[in-house]
Design a protein around this ligand. Structure first.
Ligand code: M6R
Length: 357
């Protein structure tokens, strides 16, 4: 039930801090270590390469998952769009593990890949919000994202939950492999939950940003580098899906290779900078578009901010910044859709789960 909320989407955005705390409690042993099925731990350890398969927002979580597993657990990962995988099949390693990420567990494109890889005799793990769903039943293992039912067509809390579980999985694998690290995902996720709360308490500010930048525009660009780029892809998907504004996420450095031709007087460009090593270069990219007339909206993180940034996110660990930087993008999309009189929870032409190929 959406209770006092005008829309499920807003309720689900607000639920994210609770979801993250719920995940922490579900994945924590009494001695504060990570609780994970021994078979999954072993499957991760045994795999010589991981193939993440997903669609839409879950694919965007998979892009972040690749970074996390490669950086933390030092294992090679490829993330693939489910509907493309069978047509553009990559070389498969000797001993792969396939990870399917799906909120619903019913996405036909992902299932098509699962059926195929099971026929090939490979191991599959499904990360889903619906244990007992088709993708969960047909895989060898399941990890639950514990986000609670997600009703709005635009996925919000499932995305942050998927990334939280991927971070826990990455660290568990690293520990099992004997890799030393000082990153405790359960502790860091608690900091993320508080940061999310700070942002969901700033709705008025997001509403103002949406009104100023997005109430009449035809298009909008999101730019970022490194892990911020993946969040930009998600921010753009959210915006186009519910507000029908043509929105695209780009890697900051790629703009000058063509897309910058689209910048006109007043074109909104949202830049995300949460990582120190790309902070200056993304700000440079923003200056390039401002010189061509763009209206800039800079979202940075504490420690990296400059005085005229539109929004400064509370500081969280670099690995987990997508869970926090996506919150303003979700809220901005929500308010943009409201300003444009769109049906937030049930956007045109879309279904909650896509069960046809
Ligand atoms: O249930 P799934 O996670 O497999 O769904 C995948 C996509 O259809 C889904 O994420 C879609 O992109 C959302 N509507 C995005 O908000």
């Amino acid at each position: 039930e959406k209770g006092t909320y005008p829309h499920y989407m807003l309720k689900e955005i607000d639920e994210q801090p609770f979801v993250i705390r719920n995940i922490i409690s579900k994945y924590k042993e009494e001695d504060e270590s990570i609780k994970l099925d021994e078979d999954i731990r072993q499957a991760m350890l045994d795999a010589d390469r991981i193939y993440i398969i997903a669609a839409g927002t879950s694919y965007h979580a998979g892009l972040v998952g690749k970074q996390l597993i490669e950086k933390i657990a030092n294992k090679p990962v490829e993330t693939h769009i489910a509907s493309e995988f069978l047509y553009n099949m990559p070389l498969i390693s000797e001993n792969p593990l396939f990870i399917f990420i799906s909120q619903s567990g019913e996405t036909a494109d992902s299932r098509g890949v699962l059926v195929n890889v099971k026929e090939m005799g490979h191991n599959a793990l499904t990360i889903t919000n619906v244990p007992g769903s088709t993708l969960s039943r047909e895989a060898d293992f399941t990890l639950h994202t514990y986000a609670g039912p997600e009703i709005a067509v635009a996925s919000t809390k499932a995305y942050t939950a998927q990334m939280a579980v991927l971070a826990i999985l990455a660290v568990d694998t690293a520990k099992a492999a004997g890799i030393q690290m000082d990153f405790d995902p359960l502790q860091e996720l608690a900091i993320v939950a508080s940061a999310m709360e700070t942002l969901t308490d700033q709705k008025e500010q997001m509403e103002v940003i949406a009104r100023e930048y997005l109430s009449v525009t035809r298009n909008c660009f999101f730019i970022g580098r490194a892990i911020d780029y993946f969040v930009c892809l998600e921010g753009a998907l959210k915006l186009k899906e519910i507000s029908y504004i043509q929105a695209e996420g780009f890697a900051g450095g790629e703009l000058k290779h063509g897309t910058i031709a689209l910048i006109e007087e007043g074109t909104p460009v949202v830049a995300v900078a949460t990582q120190e090593h790309v902070n200056l270069s993304i700000r440079g990219n923003l200056k390039e578009v401002v010189a061509r007339g763009a209206s800039p909206c800079m979202i940075s993180m504490e420690g990296l901010q400059e005085s005229d940034d539109q929004l400064v996110l509370p500081k969280v660990h670099d690995y987990l910044s997508p869970l926090v930087s996506v919150i303003p993008l979700q809220l901005i999309s929500y308010y943009a859709a409201l300003h444009r009189d769109c049906d937030v929870d049930k956007p045109r032409n879309l279904a909650k789960s896509v069960t046809v190929e």
